[in-house]
Design a protein around this ligand. Structure first.
Ligand SMILES: [Zn+2]
Length: 267
C-alpha cells in the first residue's frame, strides 16, 4: 500500500479517525464503524495506516469504547494505531486509573480529548494534570479536538501544554476556522505543539498554517468516517501540495515522518 502523489510513492498515516459503536447515528449517519470498515477504506484511499479513537459518546467514561479500540488494533496491528479517549469529568483519580489501564494494560498509543463534547476546560489543572502525567510516563501524545467552541481554543490548550514541554500535543483540525491563526501562533511558540489537517477547509488558512509553522510540525488527518478519506487526502496531496509547492521531503514528513517521530509504530 502506498499513496501516489505526482510521481512519488509515500507511506501514509492518517493521524485522526474514529471507530466504535453507538446506539444512534451521529452526524453523517455513522452508528457502527469498526476496524474492518476502516481498513477497507484505507485500502481504497491508498493509505497505509490510521490513528483511531472512539466516536464521541458524551457523559460516558469511554471504558467500553477503549476496550474496543484495543481489540480492533489487535486485529489490524499494521493498519490501526488506537488511542484511548478520556472524559476528565470523572475526576483526577478516575482519569489516572483509566489511563493506567488504557496505556499500561491495553497498550493504546495515545490520548484523545474533546473539550466540547466532554465539556471541560483544557486549562483546568486539577482535571488535566493526570493526563499530562500519564502521557509523560507512557511516552504518548495527547490529541485535542480544537475549534468550533471557545472551550476548544488552541490558546486555552496551550496554557498547560507549555508547562509540559516533553509531552507532544497535537491540535486536531488546527482550530477549524476562526482558531487557525491562534493554532499557528501557539505551534510556533511551543516546540511540543503540532497541527493536524482534518476538517479545516479554507485554502488561505491551510496555506497560512503550512507557511507559518513549516511541514515539520504538520500531520495529515482526515476525521474519517465523518469526512471521506479521499476528500481529506486530496485536499493535502493535490491542492495544498500544488499551492504551497510542497516537495517530496515535505510530503514524507506530513504523511508519516512527523507522526512516527512521536509514536512508535512497526510498519
Ligand atoms: Zn474527530
Amino acid at each position: 500500500m502506498a499513496l501516489r502523489i505526482n510521481n512519488g510513492e509515500f507511506y501514509a498515516i492518517d493521524a485522526h479517525s474514529h471507530l466504535g459503536r453507538r446506539k444512534t447515528p451521529l452526524g453523517h449517519g455513522v452508528a457502527s464503524f469498526l476496524g474492518d470498515d476502516l481498513v477497507r477504506n484505507l485500502d481504497e484511499a491508498g493509505l497505509d495506516c490510521a490513528v483511531a479513537f472512539p466516536l464521541g459518546a458524551p457523559y460516558t467514561d469511554y471504558s467500553e469504547s477503549n476496550q474496543i479500540m484495543a481489540e480492533e488494533m489487535a486485529k489490524h496491528p499494521k493498519r490501526i494505531i488506537s488511542f484511548c479517549r478520556i472524559n476528565p469529568n470523572f475526576g483526577p483519580e478516575a482519569t489516572a486509573k483509566s489511563l493506567d489501564h488504557c496505556l499500561g494494560t491495553l497498550k493504546l498509543k495515545g490520548i484523545k480529548l474533546h473539550p466540547e463534547i466532554e465539556f471541560f476546560d483544557p486549562n483546568e489543572a486539577e482535571l488535566m494534570e493526570p493526563v499530562y502525567v500519564a502521557a509523560r510516563r507512557y511516552r504518548v501524545p495527547i490529541i485535542f479536538h480544537t475549534g468550533m467552541s471557545s472551550k476548544a481554543s488552541p490558546g486555552v490548550i496551550a496554557e498547560l501544554a507549555a508547562q509540559h514541554r516533553d509531552v507532544p500535543v497535537i491540535l486536531g483540525h488546527m482550530g477549524v476556522s476562526e482558531y487557525v491563526k491562534l493554532a499557528v501562533a501557539v505551534a510556533r511558540q511551543n516546540e511540543n505543539i503540532f497541527l493536524e489537517t482534518s476538517v479545516v477547509g479554507w485554502m488561505p488558512l491551510l496555506l497560512e498554517a503550512f507557511r507559518g509553522v513549516g511541514t515539520s510540525k504538520i500531520l495529515f488527518g482526515s476525521d474519517h468516517p465523518y469526512n471521506p478519506l479521499s476528500m481529506e487526502v486530496e485536499k493535502i496531496a493535490k491542492h495544498v501540495t500544488k499551492a504551497a509547492k510542497l516537495k517530496e521531503d515535505d510530503l514524507r514528513k506530513v504523511f508519516a515522518e512527523n507522526f512516527l517521530a512521536i509514536v512508535k509504530h512497526d510498519r
